[in-house]
Design a binder for this molecule. Structure first.
Ligand code: ZN
Length: 292
């Protein structure tokens, strides 16, 4: 998106480097994400949205869709691949080829609405993955958990009032994108939290609000919009979580997945912009997912 933009390629390099440095790399199976197809994207986006993005994809330089969100000549394919990762991960998990999956992807997705790219997001990766689980694999109930510091307005826009989806989130409020609190649909559990929210308040929210609702829903698959920008060191957000909190919540979600979803979890990277904190948090998350 241009130099100095926080959503940079260095994010994935930092994650990969830390996985290697921690000796985890050898324990994981790596897959190359395919491009998502139009059929897969059209389950959650309009044809007009896809056409608009394709048309605005520049041959040279950078095209700004809004002040935060820009396309370069590679963005279109990167966004297709980012969405394709979730589709592939759902297929792998459903085929029991892997127990669960983490998609190290960018651009992120949870701000992308049915009709709009925004907030560094073009296609709603987690929504495309959820729709694939419902339509291609015939699942009846999919839960989407979003612990990014920002509200996943795009995911809410794609699935409000869809009873096959339960979206559970917490986010800093008031904060970008200033949504999620105004009369959410019945299949949304949005928990706005003030800036400065710490580990204790986070864990209390998960234990008292998230987990009972999740268990009541009995998801057949859990998808995670895994943003790590609520980390204490991340200055894009104002919350105070640590990598141990990400490991803890991952463990809690694994327990629920084991109860009703045959352990099926697909986690997809969203935010997280301070490289060291991002790399440590993702590693803690993956370690817990992999059970090592
Ligand atoms: Zn975020």
């Amino acid at each position: 998106m241009g130099s100095f933009h926080p959503e940079s390629p260095a994010r994935l390099a930092a994650i990969n480097d830390h996985l290697i440095a921690q000796g985890l790399d050898h324990y994981l199976s790596h897959y190359e994400a395919p491009l998502a197809t139009f059929e897969q994207l059209l389950r959650v986006h309009s044809a007009a949205h896809l056409e608009r993005l394709k048309r605005n994809s520049p041959e040279l330089g950078i095209y700004h869709l809004d002040p935060d969100t820009a396309m370069n000549p590679h963005t279109w394919r990167a966004a297709l691949r980012s969405a394709g990762a979730g589709v592939m991960a759902v297929d792998l998990v459903m085929a029991r080829e892997v127990a669960n999956a983490f998609c190290a992807i960018r651009p992120p997705g949870h701000h992308a609405e049915r009709e709009h790219a925004m907030g560094f997001c073009f296609f709603n990766n987690v929504a495309v993955a959820a729709a694939h689980a419902l339509k291609a694999h015939g699942l009846a109930r999919v839960a989407i958990i979003d612990f990014d510091v920002h509200h996943g307005n795009g995911t809410e826009d794609c699935f409000a009032n869809n009873e096959q989806i339960l979206m559970i989130s917490l986010f800093q409020h008031p904060f970008y994108p200033y949504s999620g609190t105004d009369n959410p649909a019945p299949n949304m559990l949005n928990v706005p939290l003030p800036g400065g929210t710490d580990s204790e308040a986070f864990r209390q929210t998960v234990t008292e609000l998230w987990l009972p609702r999740l268990r009541q829903f009995k998801p057949e698959m859990i998808l995670i919009s895994a943003g790590f920008d609520a980390h204490y060191e991340d200055d894009l957000g104002g919350m105070k979580l640590f990598e141990s909190d990400y490991a803890w919540v991952t463990g809690q979600l694994k327990l629920v997945a084991d109860e009703s979803a045959h352990g099926r979890i697909v986690s997809m990277l969203e935010g997280g912009y301070v490289l060291s904190a991002l790399a440590r948090s993702v590693t803690a998350h993956i370690k817990e997912l992999a059970g090592i």
